[in-house]
Design a protein around this ligand. Sequence first.
Ligand code: ZN
Length: 196
Amino acid sequence: MIDLSNLKLITGRDPILMKPAEKFDFNNPPCDPWDLAEAMVKIMIDNNGMGLSACQVGLPYAVFAMIGEPNHVMFNPRLVDVSNETITLEEGCLSFPGVLAPIARARHIKIRFTGPDGQTTTKKFTGMSARVVQHEMDHLNGVLFFNHLPRFKREQIFKKAAKGKINVKSQNDSFFAPLELAANELDRQRKVSRQG
Ligand SMILES: [Zn+2]
């Protein structure tokens, strides 16, 4: 069983953020799903996030948390419907503090997932929740939000972020310089759909 007592938010250019997630096996669980759900929700809230994927705390499983009433923790989620209608909004990521980029996302989505209780359900989300779901689904595929942008746009955004005044401990040149490298690596590894 994995020790969940020391999970930490992973930021910057870390290979785990670029790898597709593995299925969480409820028949042979690597940890208690309730404990994992609780730990992820806590880290999400402590960092003022709206969503958090397992890769962002160093775990390779297809699990993400999303803020709401109630908070959701979705295991082995799968998008079953995505609207053609999109909304473009500035988006950020807990793993890349200070980086904001306009990303087009579907307005409505439908997702099928298993809860920590092992029950599988389908739910519809719209607007900001739909955006969070799509952002986290990208994480589970090893895709980062800024990879939806063309390269020149990313470079602008990283430059802007590096000059930002947000007081984040990890925010300095050595944090941002490798981001463009990470983004280019991802571009080579997979074809990300260009939106926005
Ligand atoms: Zn993220």
